[in-house]
Every structure is written in structure tokens, then in C-alpha cells.
Design a protein around this ligand. Structure first.
Ligand code: 0O2
Length: 233
């Protein structure tokens, strides 16, 4: 049998090294990809819990307290930005330990009272552990941002073990979501020169949104009744 030609030999070497490089990259990124997959599973679990609550509560109150549920996995770019900002090592282990908002579930509710009712209903479930609660509704951010943030830990059941994962749950009304989405586009994390007027306007809009929420909830209570057992907000 003839020896392989130079061109063939070079091609074989190139192919071999390409696949080696591919294997190396795969080995190197596997822990990260595995972690992201676990976060995706945890988001599905949390999303399902809210869908179940919505189903049950819609029978009880004859309306859906949840307008929509959205999930998002933080992008690699945002993870890198945050890791750099916090000065933490960029390993899968460190990301899992130090960042709590890789998996995010956003629950858009009809009325402010629904937010607290749903948060309580979630936190009563015995497989959920509350890690942190930030109530930006009772104490809005100085820029006007409102939402209830919960960092929870939830088990995901894999084929041979159970793993507990952190998920950030943001609960907000349609008005709070509308404001946050637009503010995100206009200003959040952007360095706007001479921001004073923009900031003032956005704060004013946030306050108008909050007033509308209160008013609509008032109308709802007048016509239909209470929200949940402890509907205060
Ligand atoms: P993105 O683009 O939504 O992913 P910590 O995690 O405690 O170190 P952090 O991240 O400031 O500090 O926590 P916080 O305050 O709970 O905010 C987390 C998320 O809430 C943000 O995620 C936003 O989604 C939302 N958020 C907080 N403040 C504002 C705000 O002023 N305006 C808007 N539009 N959203 C806000 P990310 O990762 O910052 O951004």
C-alpha cells in the first residue's frame, strides 16, 4: 500500500487536531453547560409551580391572578460582566456559589395584592427554601423601580441524584413591568449624560404607575372583594 501523500497527511493531522481542539473546548465548557442545564430545569420547576397556582386560584377567584410567566437564563455576557464586577473567579463552581440570578422567573400579576398572595403560596411549599427577599414595592428603588424579588432554592430531580438550585423570582404588576421594561431600554445601566431630567421623568412615571395599580385594585375590591387571605400591600 502506498504511503499517504503530503496533502493527505496534512489533512489528517489538521482533522485530528481540530477534533482534539473540539474535545478540549467541550471538556472545558462542560461544567458550565451542565450548570446552565440545571438552571433551566430549576426554572421549569418554578414556572410549573406558578402555573399550578394560577390554575387553582383561577377556580377559587374566577379570574387569573397571573397575567404571564416568563423565564430567562442570564446570558454568558451578563454573567461575565457580573463576575468581573463582583471580582469572583469565572468557574462554574464560583458562579453557582456567588451569583443568585442566573435563572430568573418573572411573574406578572394583575393586582399588587396578588404579588404577596402568590409569593406566600410559593414560599409555603415545603420543597422551596427562601434565601433572600427584597421588597422593592414596599421600599421602591430611588429611581422608582418596583418589584418583589425572591431568591429561592428548589430541588431538581436528576436520574441519579437531587440537586438544589437557586432561582430569582421577580413578581410585579403589569404597570410595574411596563415601567421596568421601558426604563431598561431608556436608562438602566446606561451612562446618560445629564441624566437629571430623564431620572425625574422616569420617577414620576413610576409613581403614576403605582397610583394606577392602587386605584385599579381599589376598584376590583369594591366590585368583587378581597385578594387572597391577607390581601394587604
Ligand atoms: P437583567 O438585564 O434584567 O438581567 P445582587 O444580585 O444582589 O448582587 P442586583 O443584581 O442589583 O444585586 O440585584 P437586584 O437589585 O435584586 O436586581 C436584580 C434584577 O432586578 C436586575 O437584573 C433587573 O432585572 C431588575 N432590576 C433591578 N433594579 C432595576 C432597575 O432599576 N430597573 C430595571 N429596569 N430593572 C431593575 P440585572 O442582572 O441587573 O439585569
Amino acid at each position: 500500500m502506498d504511503a499517504p501523500s503530503d496533502a493527505l497527511r496534512q489533512m489528517l493531522v489538521r482533522q485530528l487536531s481540530n477534533s482534539q481542539i473540539k474535545n478540549r473546548v467541550q471538556d472545558y465548557t462542560m461544567p458550565y453547560r451542565e450548570l446552565m442545564s440545571y438552571y433551566r430545569c430549576a426554572m421549569m420547576e418554578v414556572e410549573t409551580k406558578f402555573n399550578v397556582l394560577n390554575e387553582e386560584l383561577s377556580l377559587m377567584y374566577d379570574r387569573n391572578p397571573i397575567e404571564s410567566v416568563k423565564s430567562r437564563l442570564k446570558s454568558p455576557e451578563s454573567i461575565v460582566d457580573k463576575a468581573v464586577r463582583k471580582g469572583i473567579p469565572f468557574s462554574a463552581e464560583s458562579i453557582e456559589k456567588n451569583l443568585s440570578d442566573i435563572a430568573g422567573v418573572r411573574v406578572i400579576c394583575s393586582f399588587p395584592g396578588d404579588i404577596y398572595m402568590l409569593a406566600d403560596a410559593l414560599l409555603r411549599q415545603d420543597d422551596i427554601t427562601l434565601i433572600e427577599r427584597k421588597d422593592y414595592i414596599k421600599s421602591p428603588k430611588p429611581n422608582g423601580y418596583r418589584s418583589l424579588h425572591l431568591i429561592v432554592e428548589i430541588p431538581i430531580f436528576l436520574h441519579n441524584r437531587t440537586r438544589r438550585m437557586k432561582v430569582e423570582v421577580q413578581l410585579r404588576t403589569i404597570a410595574m413591568d411596563w415601567w421596568a421594561s421601558l426604563e431598561h431600554k431608556i436608562r438602566y445601566k446606561k451612562n446618560i449624560a445629564d441624566d437629571g431630567h430623564v431620572a425625574e421623568e422616569l420617577l414620576h412615571c413610576a409613581e403614576m404607575g403605582a397610583a394606577l395599580d392602587q386605584r385599579m385594585e381599589g376598584v376590583y375590591r369594591e366590585t368583587t372583594g378581597a385578594i387572597g387571605d391577607d390581601a394587604s400591600c
